[in-house]
Ligand binder design. Structure first.
Ligand code: F0G
Length: 398
């Protein structure tokens, strides 16, 4: 038997799991899902189970026959010896979240979030997005037979992501402004349009996304590691923290990983807060970065993100667009693995922290490559030199 409830991270107010509430109606703060289970959770339980997030049933809500799933999760964890040597770190692993059904980690959260939409009887779902959330919500709501509305910042969503939202039949609205403005419109209009709101401020999204931590523990067999994560709204880093926290609570891990959050230099309000040891965030009005997925100046989940970094004795670091591009090209050409720019920020962040001595060269790092390379096939991400001989024989590079 297990019991789920919602608790405000500010005032501690509690809500039932079936209440449609996104933030605390008393004080406006963020909500955590509290998992109260009397079942023991152990590695042995998992043998022979389905290879998706739903293998961790003890720690997920029980939707019975109402689970909306496309087989999300259980993505590969790949060891990288060549790249580890080049960066100068003992062990490096990549978590290939681009292998999820719609090509990003969002599918973990959408499987739980859209299942919850069905449970509460919603007919329509809504989100704002830099691209991946909308691609994922469009796919999962199509599978569930729900209507989907998405708001995106005009001209700032990678082509592959926009294609996904449209092919799955979402109604796509562009906002003349950035993601933060699109999110504000979506949040204000969701209840009036009768839509269930599925951005990561919805705590059920976080429940699905926490499963990446269970997988890292299960696949790697140890947790004395650095987990390096790109940060936008900071939903994902807080989900990863929650996943490891639950493993600790149920007594399956002793070592808590150090969580390393990476933001782009042009969109780094959380890094600014932690670097200055400030108690409150200063939102950025005009975030800018080539990594459009994390082009976010007003991260709604900032309190949870800061909690994740501080509680894990972690680090927050920012990297320039050039460093992100170098990271992406290095990864792609040394390991045969590519990802979208936001994911490559983890390689850039890890390199910087190793060079500065803030992560030891004898340590282990797991970089979360959050989105598939084909999401963003922009020409300016590519750069390589053709051997002169080919050009002299009439072959032209593209
Ligand atoms: N990486 C990718 C590829 C993303 O799409 C996102 C967020 C992040 C990292 C950051 O995750 O916001 O939880 O800190 N994308 C959202 C979207 C904002 O709309 O697709 P976060």
């Amino acid at each position: 038997m297990k019991n789920f409830s919602l608790r405000c991270i500010g005032c501690g107010a509690e809500y039932g799991a079936n209440e449609v509430v996104y933030t605390c109606s008393r004080c406006g703060d963020l909500l955590d899902v509290i998992v109260d289970t009397d079942r023991v959770f152990s590695r042995d339980l998992l043998r022979g189970r389905v290879e998706s997030i739903w293998r961790y049933a003890e720690l997920l809500p029980d939707f019975g026959d109402g689970v909306v799933s496309l087989g999300e999760g259980f993505t590969r964890l790949v060891r990288c010896e060549r790249l580890a040597r080049i960066l100068g770190v003992k062990e490096l692993y990549l978590k290939l979240e681009g292998l999820n059904p719609t090509g990003s980690f969002k599918d973990r959260g959408m499987s739980v979030g859209v299942s919850m939409a069905l449970r509460i009887g919603a007919r329509r779902v809504m989100c704002a997005s830099t691209g991946n959330t909308s691609a994922s919500l469009a796919a999962y709501s199509a599978r569930a037979g729900l209507e989907c509305i998405v708001l995106i910042p005009e001209g700032k969503v990678a082509i592959g992501k926009l294609f996904q939202a449209r092919i799955h039949g979402a109604k796509v609205y562009q906002v003349r402004g950035n993601f933060d403005e699109a999110l504000s419109i979506a949040f204000r209009s969701a209840s009036e349009t009768g839509a269930y709101f599925l951005n990561s401020v919805n705590p059920w999204r976080i429940e699905g996304q926490k499963t990446v931590s269970f997988e890292i523990w299960e696949q790697l067999g140890r947790t004395d590691i650095n987990v390096v994560v790109p940060v936008g709204n900071s939903g994902n880093i807080s989900a990863i923290w929650k996943g490891f926290k639950e493993l600790q609570l149920y007594g399956v891990i002793d070592d808590f990983p150090r969580l390393v959050g990476v933001q782009a230099k042009g969109a780094a309000p959380i890094v600014e807060l932690l670097t200055n040891n400030a108690s409150s965030i200063r939102f950025w009005d005009n975030p800018e970065t080539i990594a459009t997925a994390i082009r976010i100046g007003k991260p709604v989940n900032w309190k949870k993100g800061v909690r994740a970094v501080k509680d894990s004795r972690g680090i927050a670091v920012s990297v320039s667009d050039d460093e992100i591009l170098d990271g992406l090209r290095l990864l792609a050409t040394t390991e045969g693995v590519a990802c979208e720019p936001a994911g490559a920020s983890t390689i850039a962040g890890l390199k910087k922290l190793l060079d500065e001595g803030r992560i030891g060269r004898d340590e282990t790092a797991v970089c979360i490559l959050t989105g598939n390379a084909l999401k963003d096939p922009s020409e300016h991400l590519v750069s390589w030199n053709t051997p002169m001989i080919l050009e002299s024989l009439g072959a032209k590079p593209i």
